[in-house]
Write a new protein. Structure first.
Length: 138
């Protein structure tokens, strides 16, 4: 995805754990290009604060306008996805429908995708607005 996509899309990057890695590359590219990141929301689910990574990049993205949300989920509860769904309702009410990117372990990716589709049935008709990348680790 290149910065020009921001002209028409709001971007929601959702990651669990190390699933944030592909987004860091994107953020670094946009930061180096001087891109206004106000259309970007990044949600990172971590076990606890000690598991947070790339703090410097996330802080720089926030300074450039990105909304950065950290969700601590120490017991790996599937209910933590409720916070992501709540955020999606907030974003849907605030403007044009966002484009969602979900990255992390297969269970998280699948559950988050399913919950977003249940919450926003229009995603079934516009599958290009939800992208997934699941992997099992390093």
């Amino acid at each position: 995805m290149k910065p020009a996509d921001f002209a028409t899309d709001r971007i929601v990057l959702i990651a669990s754990g190390i699933g944030i890695t592909p987004y860091i590359s994107m953020l670094r590219t946009w930061l180096a290009a001087g891109t206004d990141l106000s259309p970007v929301v990044l949600v990172h689910m971590v076990g606890d604060d000690s598991r947070r990574v790339y703090r410097d990049v996330l802080a720089a993205a926030a300074v450039r306008g990105a909304r950065v949300e950290i969700i601590e989920n120490p017991d790996a509860s599937p209910q933590a996805i409720d916070r992501i769904v709540d955020l999606s309702h907030e974003l849907a009410a605030a403007g044009p429908p966002p484009r969602y990117y979900i990255s992390g372990v297969p269970g998280f990716v699948s559950a988050t995708r399913s919950r977003l589709i249940r919450a926003h049935r229009d995603l079934l008709l516009r599958p290009w607005r939800i992208h997934t990348d699941s992997f099992t680790g390093y």
